[in-house]
Design a protein around this ligand. Sequence first.
Ligand SMILES: [Zn+2]
Length: 302
Amino acid sequence: MIYPSRLMISVVLVLTLLALSAASCSKGVADDDRLGVIVSILPQAEFLEKVGGDRVDVTVMVPYGADPHYYEPSPVQMMKLARSSMYVKVGSGIEFELFYLDQILAQNRDMIVVDCSRGITLLPADHDHAHEPQNNEQEEEHATDPHIWLSPVNARIMVQNIFEGLVHLDPEGRGYYEENRDAYLQELRELDEEIRAELANSQGSLFLSYHDFAGYFAEEYGLNFMAIEVEGKDLSPLWIQEIVQTARSMGVKVIFSPPQSGLERVSVIAREIGAGIVEFDPLARHYVENMRVFARELIKAS
Ligand SMILES: [Zn+2]
């Protein structure tokens, strides 16, 4: 794990930058009086802005196109941290937070920390929706599946947690936050109902993706989900063979793949199965539209 030590270099850099910059900013407030809030990933930024509106200035730690499983914060981001009032973590075991959160929080002890995953039951990281659960006697210690936001039901819980954090931080804004939250929760409820209705006839069907982003989604809507890439592990020929066989027998028509990730390997497997490839970005900022498109692609493929 070389990342944390590299972070220490960033920390030194930040301290230097901070010393150089004039101490003109009052602590905890963004340059323009909005509340400085830090989130880990882009969908959280969307949730935050939906609730916080123009009272918040949101900084995303893992920027567009970066991989939250490996990303390392930049010196500029570390500087933003020193001026922020709240850190909103995903809280579900996402690698970025496992590696860096302690050091990030050590940069600014005044930040309040909101855990988006509070109230969400986390799934184990290597659960496999394509198979019956095994009765493992030697209860292994599982890492958790970090992709909680990809179920709209969980997204609603995350939004509520964010709302509570904002009210705690800025009680004066309560009425404003409440109105925003209610509107967005309604939007998420409609999204959930829409997806549930659309997928009602696809219960039990299998879908395949390169990255293992869809465990919570599959669980919520009664689908089976299989990921080609098991996080952090190489693809063995045996595993690929198993995927191909299962996908053929279940008539899988598409494989979902995040942009710029493993496309070559996906296309090999897709050809093997005779399936198409559909791009899906689990980290897209425009959450509702992104999930709507995803559900539509699932229907098309089922
Ligand atoms: Zn992921």
